[in-house]
Design a protein around this ligand. Structure first.
Ligand code: ZN
Ligand code: ZN
Length: 358
């Protein structure tokens, strides 16, 4: 699997005019190596594939990346890289221009004096767009963990409880059930705060009549999930019912639009049309969704100007929302896999029943 991924990347060498790649971005390094250590870099050339890391990770690297030559770079990563580049006659090396810091680049340039360095952008990310069956399994598990966490925490959502407590319970439930981490800082935003699209859980207590947006996710084997549910504490007021049903309709229409061969912008339009035609267009100020995988936000973005054509195996979120300043907001988000015909919604948490009547 990792070898096939490396081979695919190597096929792109001629497109960008390099002979070898220096891979430093952790998510890309993991994608090509399976190595989860926090320090290390890959050198991929025609004559060999190397993982340079330090003493702390040498054993781990051997176990996780048997397809690579593990190089002990405890003393100096730059010196070992220089040696390998010489031994393998690399004269044109591509580095990740989106990730390597300016100072790291200067160090590279100072050390590899006879090598032509080329900044590349988004090459491994391009390979990562289409998920294979192993990746889909990991994403499915990450989604399942967040679904189950919501189920467990739901009885605790009641007046008087703080947003932070709900957030912590969600995080705890996901971790306890096997998530290796949370996908991002959990959002719990209630009452007027629910009009903040990214209102991180605060010490505000839930009150009767509050809309509560909860946006959270887990990480499993490196892969993320992302779910948003909005509930109301008590019974829905007419304005809440109205915006909830519009957002739900927009979300379902966007999901209906997703299939292999459709432009990302068309999915955004499907959701946006529903919201705009009901007069709330100005209150939906973000894109309809985003890809996810080893990163919580990846391509393709489902937004107005994105021409990317969706392909089977892409995994995206669908998350339209309406936010009324000072009043409150609603967002509904699922994670879905693009299929040849249509898509499969991974998120199982219901989105129809949303009143907490206790
Ligand atoms: Zn989200
Ligand atoms: Zn999202």
């Amino acid at each position: 699997m990792f070898k096939a991924r490396i081979n695919k990347l190597m096929e792109l060498r001629s497109d960008v005019g390099v002979e070898a790649f220096y891979v430093t971005r952790p998510q890309n390094r993991f994608y090509l190596s399976g190595f989860t250590g926090t320090a290390g870099a890959l050198l991929l050339c025609g004559s060999g594939a190397f993982l340079l890391t330090d003493f702390r990770y040498l054993e781990q690297a051997k176990q996780q990346s048997p397809h690579l030559t593990i190089v002990d770079a405890t003393e100096s990563l730059m010196n070992r890289l220089d040696e390998l580049v010489r031994e393998n006659n690399v004269s044109r090396l591509g580095y990740d221009g989106d990730h390597l810091s300016h100072n790291e680049f200067l160090r590279l340039k100072d050390k590899l004096v006879s090598v032509n360095l080329t900044a590349t952008s988004g090459l491994v990310e391009k390979l990562r767009l289409i998920k294979d069956s192993t990746e889909i399994k990991h994403i499915e598990e990450a989604v399942r963990l967040s679904d189950r966490a919501f189920e467990q925490v739901r009885p605790h959502i009641k007046p008087g409880v703080t947003e932070r407590e709900i957030g912590l319970r969600l995080d705890f439930a996901m971790r306890e059930m096997g998530a290796e981490g949370v996908a991002f800082e959990t959002i719990v935003a209630s009452g007027p705060r629910s009009a903040l699209p990214h209102g991180v859980a605060s010490s505000k207590r839930l009150q009767k009549g509050d809309l509560v947006i909860m946006d959270f996710g887990s990480v499993y084997c490196g892969y993320h999930s992302d779910i948003t549910r909005t509930i109301v504490v008590g019974e829905l007021a007419p304005w809440q019912r109205e915006i909830y049903s519009i957002v739900l309709e927009a979300q379902l229409k966007a999901i209906e639009a997703i299939r292999h061969g459709v432009k990302a912008s068309a999915v955004d339009s499907a959701a946006r049309y529903v919201i705009t035609s009901k007069g709330y267009g100005d209150y939906f100020g973000h894109g309809t969704g985003h890809g996810l995988g080893l990163d919580i936000h990846e391509n393709p973005r489902l937004s107005r100007k994105v021409d990317t054509v969706l392909q089977a195996g892409m995994v995206v979120t669908v998350e339209p929302g309406i936010y009324l300043p000072g009043q409150g907001g609603v967002r509904i988000e699922d994670t879905v896999i693009v299929l040849e015909s249509g898509c499969r919604v991974l998120t199982q948490t219901p989105k129809m029943r949303l009143e907490i009547l206790s």
